[in-house]
Write a new protein. Structure first.
Lengths: 610, 315, 308
């Protein structure tokens, strides 16, 4: 091959590359709702913009997708096609903008403040309720949330135009009526939340809950039935006790299958928190678990735990007693400690936390986890893919019995299912087993990962009337049903699916619906209070953990990595073998009273003028 | 130098054979990995998952259903990359392929040009005028300071400075950073200028030419080959540079940065059976960014490899 | 006549001065800003902290003036800091002690035009063309696939293998490094010397050691000096391999500093880390003076003093 040929070949390669580039310019993607990082162009034409009012919706383009929004938007446009919201224009068109990175907290805030590329309404992936209310980013929507907009059957009310404004004629209930109490409490901001310097902003709703999804072990119910593994005393034959749970994992392992896979690198931040919260709420009881965030209440440490506290923080409990912040009960040696921001350091000694470490140390084992997860490049997509495909016995892939994921996973993993297969396979959530010593002996729960992510209206919207109607329309019975039918996820509002609708759901979506909406499964959901109800010091402190991440001190070094990640990277077969005992002792050396006192003092100093 | 064949006793020494074999092994391994990467970039995700190293073959499930026919899908994969490869700007908005390509072209062509022209000019002055214009010796002093003073602005300070000067996140003004006259090409060009006779300039002066004319119409044209070699080398280096755009030019992501981000993508779902997180798609992205420079190199390799030496260039 | 000639010379001198000034003034200013001021700014940052209330870097108060330096040296003496240094030294030594001599030998064999040298030259130069990022990611994907197919998982993340596999990459890409520069230097060795050596019947090894290396010693010295200034600050290929998730046992100080500035580390924001990294940079610069001078002294001591 002479030089000319080489040059020619190189040019031909470039031409081929250019050819595929042109091929890419051709069609768009059909299922663009699944494009996590891709941003389709706006489909609203200039002509439409001239003739109709445009409502811009910013949708966080994650596992939920935005196909559901298109369907609701189509109905919304039809509903108000003849109404004029702006002079010279009739009707409304909904411009859906699905983004991911652009809709970061700072991204949304700066877009709204600067009025550049800002949407009217955001369906976000963050808890921004209080922050955005305080800094004027989000609009006070109390009137819209409390206004009756639905008929008795919770469908969208009839309406008429009165002086150009849409007025409902037979409405008997509001968005607020559909909200669960935990979300009403979390989203309703009062004076204490809205005091900014000398100013107190009006109390009320500045956001609504968008997504509050479950996370947990998703198991292949078909496989479990085939193999006869549903032999325990828990719901549907699932494991009841901790020992049952590990017996199941061992059984799966002995059957030459992989007990579970999970998204390794992606899972640390997201899923481990959901699991931690569920575990602690189940073990300690909901109110005790919430102490980690509110720093407001009381906790009783039994004698054994008190001894551990005294071993690590000599004299600390006695000092609390002397200060009137704890009560010693000589009959059983227990201490009832008043939990305040100053004394909350003691919560690291809640037995549930040590128990959680022990449990996770057993779970994160090379025996139980898909070996593929050890790859640094292993993602949640790989986990979903391997879990779905393992059923087919492709290549040398062992069957995977469970996947640790969130409620949205099946919708997100659509592309991995063969066309006829999607929705036909029976996946279900497995609740945590019961643990020795847990407060409510029988309770088995699943965690709520998102702790409520918010949707809100931009404070700078020029079409508040349209936003009002959208919010109310989108939370009608029919719209909420559309959401569930399209995504398989169930929102935490009061609505039901008909039997016909329920039967159209995938089996996994049915399971989620049953867990969230009915008592059929016997599984408890612990929905953590909204972040607005955290004590401010929790938000300000940078010590990590105390109910969320649990760091430790290992070999004298502060180990600022999440527990799940630490155990994952030290599964017991490599040279560093971290035991649960080591981790727990290190935890007590990491979260010391001295460190807490310093952090609190610094926080007080920095907030002296607040 | 004449070629040395293995017929010669010298070439058959242990040293020569060992090193030659090492080179051969290295080249074979490298080309193999390259070929593997190219082949894999045309596979489907399922193919790669269950057949990582070999040529595509049909993948059948345990019921005998063919789940993947075992064919290459280069066009689909590469088209998907062109469609879906995006990089976030500083606001998180996604910048697609064509804007990244434009950014890359500007970054490589303009920045590369100033990175070569700047030391060319400085070295010219020092090489040709330092004996007559004494203060120009300052150029050499600055060169020595740059080389031997062990100070370098920390990355943090550089970012801070860029923000102060208003060049941060501005592809049009950040170019001033590349206008250093005392950079790597200084010594190369200095040797070239030293090798050029001043007689041409003297003849031009007699004819009434000014010094600008001498530089741009007489001296510079004589170094065109060198200039192009250095320029192309700079283009190749800048084309692949992802860290500078990542740190300083967030609103102007280049293809290299786009590919880097794309290869780190873990949380994007796919469409039409294609998945941006799959290795096959990521490899396709790598080849897309590498191919233009590979082509450029193959066209100009004789000039580049024949001309470039340290301390002197063959013009 | 003399006066005219003198006047002519003066005019020419003036023109030359103006010309040089016109060309150089921009570059002096550029250097003044982007090197001199940048370094002064870096020094200033080393004594500053980021004040969140005014969103600016302010000078540290007198009682905390050297806080950033103290933080840097405190980190250095911790086991973690020690690990950073050792890892940096480790990667550095692979490049300087292992790869450098091999790269010279490789260049020598290519320079001697043994069979297929032309093709070898092109292939060896390809990593520079394809870019470090492409080569690293290609390597990563291939090695992961190869290991997985052979039942070995986590080759890049398992502490027992991660170091070797990254070292293998450093070694692999270090072998052809500096190829063109080395070839260029070797091509300047006078052919008469080579011919004389051939006539005397010296082997290729002796030619390499006794003729070529001494002749290109200044180039080798410059390369080594360049290598040693990176002793503390080398990142290795860690960021491209692992992004922000480089295993602890592999992290170098250069990687840590880059991550500190890129997105913050240890719970500190990147703005908070600017002062620390500037102090670290300055300290490292000063600490590397003896290393650089020492290297220079060593080279000068062993410089065969060949000239041509």
């Amino acid at each position: 091959m002479n030089k000319k040929h080489i040059k020619l070949t190189a040019l031909l390669v470039c031409a081929a590359m250019a050819g595929s580039m042109l091929a890419a310019c051709g069609g768009g993607n059909e299922s663009s709702s699944d494009l996590g990082g891709l941003t389709p162009d706006s489909s609203i034409t200039d002509e439409q913009r001239e003739k109709h009012t445009v409502l811009s919706l910013g949708i966080f383009n994650g596992g939920v997708g935005y196909e559901w929004t298109k369907k609701v938007a189509a109905e919304f446009e039809k509903e108000f096609a003849e109404v004029s919201f702006e002079e010279g224009k009739t009707g409304v068109v909904v411009d859906i903008n699905p983004q991911k990175d652009a809709f970061s907290v700072d991204g949304m805030r700066s877009a709204i403040k600067q009025g550049i590329d800002a949407e009217d309404i955001y369906y976000s992936c963050y808890n921004v309720s209080k922050d955005f209310a305080r800094d004027g980013t989000s609009l006070n929507i109390t009137d819209w949330v409390t206004e009756d907009a639905y008929k008795a059957d919770r469908t969208f009310a009839d309406w008429e135009l009165v002086n150009g404004k849409v007025v409902y004629t037979n409405a008997t209930s509001s968005i607020q009526d559909k909200m669960y109490d935990v979300h009403k409490e979390g989203h309703y901001l009062d004076e204490s939340d809205l005091t900014v310097g000398a100013e107190v902003l009006p109390s009320g709703y500045y956001s609504l809950p968008f997504e509050d999804s479950l996370t947990g072990f998703v198991y292949d119910h078909d496989l479990f039935e085939e193999e006869g593994w549903l032999i325990y005393d828990g719901p549907n034959g699932l494991p009841k006790t901790e020992e049952d749970f590990f017996d199941l994992l061992d059984t799966i392992y002995d059957a030459n299958m992989i007990p579970f896979t999970y998204a390794a690198n992606d899972a640390y931040d997201y899923f481990s928190r959901g699991l931690t919260q569920a575990f602690l709420a189940q073990y300690e009881g909901y109110e005790n678990a919430e102490l980690d965030y509110t720093y407001d209440g009381e906790y009783v440490f039994d004698a054994d735990t008190a001894a551990i506290i005294n071993e690590n923080e000599e004299g600390a409990l006695s000092a609390l007693v002397d200060d009137g912040l704890a009560e010693f009960k000589p009959t059983d040696g227990s201490y009832k400690v008043t939990i305040t921001p100053e004394t909350a350091w003691v919560l690291i000694y809640q037995p549930g936390k040590a128990k959680y470490v022990e449990f996770m140390r057993r779970v994160i084992s090379t025996k139980y986890i898909d070996p593929a997860t050890i790859e640094g490049t292993y993602t949640f997509r790989d986990a979903q893919k391997n879990f779905v495909w393992s059923w087919e016995g492709l290549g040398n892939q062992k069957r995977i019995a469970m996947l640790y994921e969130g409620e949205w996973w099946e919708n997100e993993a659509r592309t991995f299912f063969a066309a006829a297969e999607y929705g036909q396979r029976d996946f279900r959530f497995m609740p945590l087993p019961t643990f020795e010593g847990q407060k409510n002996h029988d309770e088995q729960s699943i965690g709520n990962y998102s702790k409520g992510v918010d949707l809100f209206v931009s404070s700078k919207t020029k079409i508040p009337e349209v936003c009002r109607l959208w919010l109310q329309f989108a939370h009608s019975e029919e719209s909420l049903e559309t959401f569930t039918m399209q995504t398989g996820l169930t929102r935490f509002f009061d609505y039901d699916l008909s039997d016909a609708q329920y039967n159209q759901l995938t089996k996994f979506a049915q399971n989620v619906y049953d867990i969230k909406k009915t008592d059929k499964t016997g599984i408890v959901i612990h929905t953590a209070r909204h972040l607005t109800q955290n004590h401010e010091f929790y938000d300000a402190m940078k010590m990590g953990g105390f109910g969320s991440d649990l760091y430790s001190t290992i070999d004298g070094k502060e180990h600022k990595k999440m527990l799940v990640r630490t155990f994952f990277e030290n599964p017991g077969t490599t040279k560093v073998n971290i035991t649960s005992e080591q981790y727990i002792n290190g935890m007590y050396k990491y979260y010391t009273k001295a460190k807490w006192d310093l952090a609190y003092a610094t926080w007080q100093e920095n907030n002296a003028d607040a | 130098m004449e070629k040395l064949s293995f017929k010669s006793k010298r070439a058959r020494s242990i040293f020569a054979i060992t090193v030659w074999t090492l080179i051969l092994t290295w080249c074979v391994l490298f080309l193999y990995v390259l070929a593997w990467g190219l082949m894999t970039s045309g596979k489907s995700d399922m193919q790669f998952t269950y057949n990582k190293l070999g040529f595509p073959k049909p993948i059948t499930n345990k019921w005998g259903v063919v789940r993947d026919p075992g064919k290459f899908q280069f066009l689909e994969n590469y088209a998907f990359v062109f469609e879906s490869m995006t990089a976030p700007d500083s606001h998180g908005a996604r910048v697609s392929f064509f804007p990244m390509l434009l950014n890359t072209l500007y970054y490589t062509l303009a920045y590369g040009l100033v990175a070569v022209v700047s030391p060319m000019l400085c070295s010219y002055i020092y090489a040709k005028y330092s004996k007559r214009v004494r203060w120009t010796k300052l150029v050499w002093v600055i060169m020595l300071v740059n080389m031997y003073v062990p100070l370098s602005a920390s990355l943090a300070a550089s970012i801070n400075l860029a923000m102060q000067l208003g060049t941060y996140n501005n592809i049009f003004t950040f170019i001033w950073t590349y206008c250093g006259g005392f950079g790597g090409c200084f010594l190369i060009y200095y040797a070239i200028w030293k090798g050029l006779s001043w007689d041409y300039a003297e003849a031009a002066i007699i004819d009434g030419a000014n010094h600008f004319t001498i530089l741009f119409r007489i001296m510079f044209p004589m170094t065109l080959t060198v200039f192009w070699v250095l320029y192309i080398t700079q283009i190749i280096a800048l084309w692949s540079d992802y860290q500078t755009p990542m740190v300083y030019l967030r609103d102007y992501p280049t293809l290299a940065y786009g590919v880097f981000v794309f290869n780190s993508t873990v949380n994007a779902a796919g469409a039409n059976g294609l998945d941006p997180t799959s290795v096959t798609i990521k490899l396709a992205a790598l080849f897309i960014v590498a191919t233009p420079m590979f082509t450029l190199f193959m066209i100009f390799k004789d000039k580049m490899m024949g001309s470039l030496t340290m301390g002197g260039l063959k013009g | 006549m003399k006066r005219t000639k003198l006047k002519g010379l003066q005019t020419q001198a003036k023109q030359e001065n103006i010309f040089c000034f016109c060309i150089l003034i921009f570059f002096f200013i550029q250097w003044g800003i982007f090197w001199l001021y940048a370094n002064l700014n870096s020094i200033r940052l080393a004594f500053s902290y980021f004040n969140t209330s005014v969103d600016e870097y302010l000078l540290l108060p007198a009682n905390r003036f050297f806080e950033n330096f103290a933080d840097f040296f405190s980190l250095l003496i911790t086991p973690r800091g020690g690990e950073f240094l050792l890892n940096g030294a480790y990667f550095h030594l692979i490049t300087s002690v292992v790869c450098l001599p091999i790269s010279y030998m490789v260049a020598f064999i290519i320079y001697k035009k043994l069979p297929f040298s032309g093709i070898f030259k092109v292939v060896l130069y390809l990593p520079a063309i394809l870019s470090g990022m492409v080569v690293i990611l290609l390597y990563r994907h291939y090695i992961t696939a190869l290991a997985t197919e052979n039942g070995f998982r986590g080759i890049f993340t398992d502490p027992s293998t991660s170091r070797w596999i990254v070292s293998l990459y450093v070694l692999f890409t270090g072998i052809p490094s500096g190829l063109l520069v080395n070839l260029g230097s070797m091509s300047r060795v006078p052919s008469e010397l080579i011919e004389y050596g051939e006539l005397e019947g010296i082997s290729l090894w002796k030619e390499f050691v006794l003729i070529t290396v001494p002749m290109i010693f200044p180039v080798l010295q410059v390369q080594c000096l360049g290598l040693f200034t990176g002793f503390f600050t080398t990142q290795g290929p860690l960021f491209t391999f692992y992004n922000r998730n480089a295993p602890d046992e592999l992290q170098t100080f250069g990687y840590y500093m880059f991550m500190a500035v890129y997105e913050g580390v240890d719970g500190m924001s990147k703005q908070d880390m600017y002062g620390f990294t500037s102090a670290a940079n300055l300290s490292i610069g000063l600490m590397s003076i003896p290393i650089v001078q020492g290297t220079k002294w060593l080279f000068d001591k062993f410089d065969p003093g060949a000239e041509f």
